[in-house]
Design a protein around this ligand. Structure first.
Ligand code: CO
Length: 283
């Protein structure tokens, strides 16, 4: 059964960190999460004022973040001594687990900075596992030509294109997260199977798409949450259409969130705050 567009979450302009302008769709508030996805931010500006202040030192606990840089240069540094330069097309995968303290600071004073940060929840059993961090250079992320035109970049999980399995660099998550970046020419369609038990969404960042049998377009800057089904069928409505496919197995657990801490209960949130204040969040 084809997945159709169930509802649209309009990306909203807001700011985060020390005043970085972002467009937030998933995760504006608790009703706009899509289990296991907690939040999706697009950052994109040609004006340094919108990003230069960056994200100075801050903590996380209980989930994972994926930062995908389309254009620009950002430096990640964390309490474990990792230093990662994130440039055009690179991905950074960070599992906060029991605790990470890091900063994400622009390494440019002009020009375009553009990309995405996605927050993926961890199941209760994994929320307190040790923090982990991985830089994935663009060259290690496979891009395949689609039979009808366009390309797919497989960041997480896998895709099957022309009977060939394309494995992304990120594998084996409990949430089975799929993260694809697609470019499609106008009027071309992308069809692919998708696990039926997943929650799936499309985030359009250039152009617009039609989903399933519906004619109404999903436009740039919006997240389209899909109905349940086992087939994706997405058609580009404009010449340069670009979008993300995000899909994952829901955890169906309670969520307690306080800013950068995402746990199951309020007690666990209070513990995270106490641990951070006492300087033992990451111990
Ligand atoms: Co952070």
């Amino acid at each position: 059964m084809k997945r159709e567009l169930a509802n649209v979450i309009q990306g909203r302009e807001t700011s985060d960190g020390a005043g970085v302008k972002i467009k937030r769709s998933i995760g504006q508030h608790q009703h706009t999460r899509l289990d296991p996805f907690l939040m999706l931010d697009e950052f994109g500006s040609q004006s340094a004022d919108d990003y230069i202040a960056g994200f100075p030192s801050h903590p996380h606990r209980g989930f994972e973040t994926v930062t995908y840089m389309l254009e620009g240069h950002m430096l990640h540094e964390d309490h474990m001594g990792n230093k990662g330069h994130l440039k055009n097309g690179d991905v950074q995968w960070m599992t906060a687990g029991k605790g990470i303290i890091h900063s994400e600071m622009p390494q440019q004073e002009e020009g375009v900075m553009r990309g995405f940060q996605l927050w993926i929840n961890l199941p209760a059993a994994e929320k307190m596992k040790p923090a982990h961090y991985r830089d994935i250079p663009s060259a290690e992320i496979p891009v395949a030509d689609l039979p009808q035109g366009g390309t797919i970049k497989v960041i997480a999980n896998q895709a099957t294109i022309n009977h060939q399995i394309i494995e992304g660099p990120i594998q084996g998550l409990t949430t089975e997260a799929i993260y694809w970046d697609l470019h499609l020419p106008k009027d071309k369609s992308f069809t692919h199977s998708i696990p039926e038990n997943h929650h799936s969404m499309i985030y359009v960042y250039e152009g617009s798409v039609a989903i399933g049998d519906q004619k109404s377009p999903l436009k740039k800057g919006n997240a389209g949450v899909l109905t349940i089904g086992d087939q994706l069928d997405i058609t580009a409505l404009e010449a340069e259409t670009r979008f993300l496919v995000l899909s994952g197995k829901p955890l169906n657990e309670s969520i307690a969130q306080y800013g950068p801490f995402v746990m199951n209960t309020n007690d666990e949130i209070e513990q995270a705050i106490r641990d951070y204040r006492a300087g033992v969040l990451t111990d």
